[in-house]
Design a protein around this ligand. Structure first.
Ligand code: LMR
Length: 339
């Protein structure tokens, strides 16, 4: 599937790469003063398609971060906005809004606790987007993604601005980790590999499809696939443990969100491309599902369906779906808790 999604992109990019170099898109990072947000902003400075980069945070520190980034004269115009009153201005003209605000996951914290910690910031943002710029594409990396994206979608529905093609959770981190683990196991550069990762973004719902490993001359036996699946599911928690339980992944998150944004900007420039994301998808017995997704100028063009799977992967997916459904429902019904 990923191969099928990726090939048209390569062809289209070859047609006219000149347009892709023209600065014409505005991006807003919401949560730009946290470590993921500021690292992401630094990475996005190098993107030739961004004409203006808006940095928003509740924390006034964002002004200092914006000041630093504005010193790079080759990059886009950088403007910082701090405090609730400036959120409308930060998102009003953005083509792409990237939500990275978060209370970092601590050791032992449950997904429900994370939802409670992060829902207020998502609520505030969805309300402002609905009032100011409901045509923008909203990409969310705030955890727990399995509940936060359904929560945000329900809020948009409540404000009559829900567009399932313009909202998703960013799950590039899972395929980035998966490529690295597979590359190490096969002793090849991860850069040469593609592995679709589907279902959700939590220890019990991440489902890597090593049977779809590309290029197809590489393969992993079922025992290796099982070991790497366990490794992938625990990867986020391992980082937290190595940070003495105090913080979750930052740098790899910023990098993988940067990779997602780069592809999204190609898509918004009119060239369909594939990303890994968590979005509305009815094909697997859930309302939301993660996987390789085709995006274009108007947002999501095609979500994944009918993926070939090994017996092991089918079993894993069947066990993951009920967990995902529970997390999706928790997000959708959280609007009642907040009202
Ligand atoms: C990760 O996968 O490392 C991130 O989503 C952070 C987290 O809370 O696990």
């Amino acid at each position: 599937m990923f191969r099928r999604l990726a090939l048209p992109l390569i062809k289209k990019c070859l047609v006219n790469t000149k347009y892709l170099q023209v600065r014409h898109l505005e991006v807003a990072i919401v949560g730009a003063a946290n470590h993921i947000g500021s690292n992401l902003a630094l990475l996005l400075l190098q993107n030739p398609k961004i004409t203006k980069l808006n940095l928003y945070d509740d924390d006034d520190k964002v002004r200092g971060i914006g000041m630093e980034l504005a010193y790079f004269s080759d990059g886009p115009k950088v403007v910082s906005y701090s405090g609730d009153n400036f959120l409308p201005a930060a998102v009003r003209y953005a083509n792409l809004i990237v939500m990275v605000s978060r209370t970092a996951r601590k050791s032992g914290q449950s997904r429900q606790q994370m939802l409670a910690a992060n829902a207020p910031a998502v609520h505030k943002l969805c309300k402002v987007i609905s009032e100011q710029n409901c045509d923008a594409f909203l990409a969310i990396s705030t955890n727990p993604i399995n509940s936060i994206v359904p929560f945000a979608s329900t809020l948009m529905l409540h404000y009559n601005t829900y567009n399932p093609f313009k909202i998703c959770g960013i799950t590039h981190i899972d395929t980035a980790r998966c490529r690295t683990f597979a590359g190490n196991a096969l002793n090849v550069s991860p850069r040469r590999l593609q592995v679709p990762v589907i279902c959700g973004h939590s220890e019990e719902t991440i489902v890597p499809l090593f049977s779809n490993l590309a290029p197809c001359n590489y393969s992993l036996d079922s025992c290796k696939a099982d070991t790497l699946t366990r490794l992938l599911r625990k990867a986020g928690t391992e980082v937290i443990n190595h940070k003495t339980g105090e913080d979750s992944a930052i740098l790899c998150m910023a990098w993988s969100i940067g990779e997602f944004v780069e592809r999204m900007l190609i898509a918004l420039s009119g060239y369909e491309t594939a990303v890994h994301c968590f979005s509305a998808n009815p094909h697997f017995g859930t309302r939301f599902f993660a996987g390789p997704t085709l995006v274009g100028a108007q947002g999501i063009v095609q979500v994944c369906s009918n993926l070939p799977m090994s017996e092991y992967e089918t079993g894993l997916l069947n066990r993951s779906i009920p967990v995902l459904n529970k997390e999706v429902c928790a997000g959708e019904s959280y609007i009642n808790v907040m009202n």
